[in-house]
Design a protein around this ligand. Structure first.
Ligand SMILES: [Zn+2]
Length: 252
């Protein structure tokens, strides 16, 4: 964790040799890990993380979290009904949760997390599995351009990892990974957002510069635009279902 809790002052503090803090989540004592290899962080004494949804942090996680204000990072969110709580990677002041996912996730956990956070977006490290950048690049020429960075994609199973295709929230793929500096391949510097809602065999994908996503998450426009767009996709889906049913019945 980046932040431990100073119990005396109630402040969130960063790790430094000799500092003491407790875990803001479970209140166990934490140890500052300030070696030269891994990113400085707080760890539990037994090295086990108390929130089972927590993923061991990589440079990729940390650099993503750091584009957002510190007070939005590592936010404990409780479910008022059940008392269950989890640490969101980022929760903006507009109540958008952003979860950064580096490792594969099992579908059940993905569904549970989406239901818990509701207004959320995944940012997935797309650089590290067989559905990586080269496979995506081979597929992108089959994407059908709609308008302004929007594409309609038939048979998305060929280009996107199946774990994310059933997601109920937008999933952003970041193919740049944690390589430092600018990548000469322009498309690695872009983000690809897979929207929920399939219309027939098509999904919709938006290509966008990183800054577009980051700025709209910060200024609060992301959730508004996504909601409006998903409403539109739902309307399209209904129209498609009506047309499809009519075709099946031989009515047109
Ligand atoms: Zn803890």
């Amino acid at each position: 964790m980046k932040f431990g809790l100073n119990k005396a002052t109630g402040e969130r503090i960063r790790p430094e040799p000799g500092l003491f803090a407790v875990c803001p989540f479970c209140e166990a004592a934490l140890v500052p890990k300030c070696g030269g290899v891994r990113i400085h962080h707080w760890a539990h004494r037994n090295d086990k993380m108390c929130d089972r949804w927590w993923e061991p942090e990589t440079e990729w996680h940390r650099s993503w979290k750091n584009v957002f204000p510190a007070e939005w990072q590592e936010i404990i969110l409780p479910d008022k009904g059940t008392g269950e709580k989890h640490i969101a990677d980022v929760c903006t002041s507009h109540d958008l949760v952003i979860e950064f996912q580096h490792s594969p996730i099992n579908p059940q956990e993905r569904i549970t997390r989406e239901k818990f956070y509701k207004n959320m977006v995944w940012v997935v490290d797309g650089s590290r599995n067989k559905f990586g950048f080269s496979r995506f690049m081979k597929g992108i020429r089959h994407f059908e351009y709609i308008e302004k960075g929007l594409f309609r994609v038939a048979n998305p199973e060929e280009y996107f990892h199946p774990a994310w295709l059933e997601s109920a929230v937008p999933v952003i793929f970041d193919f740049k990974g944690s390589e430092p500096g600018e990548d000469s391949i322009v498309m690695k510097n872009l983000l690809y957002c897979l929207f929920p809602i399939r219309v027939g065999k098509y999904v919709t994908v938006a290509e966008m510069p990183r800054e577009t996503f980051i700025n709209s998450a910060i200024n609060g426009k992301w959730s508004l635009h996504v909601k409006r767009f998903i409403d539109e996709l739902n309307r399209e889906k209904q129209e498609w279902q009506i047309r499809d049913a009519a075709l099946r019945l031989g009515l047109c």
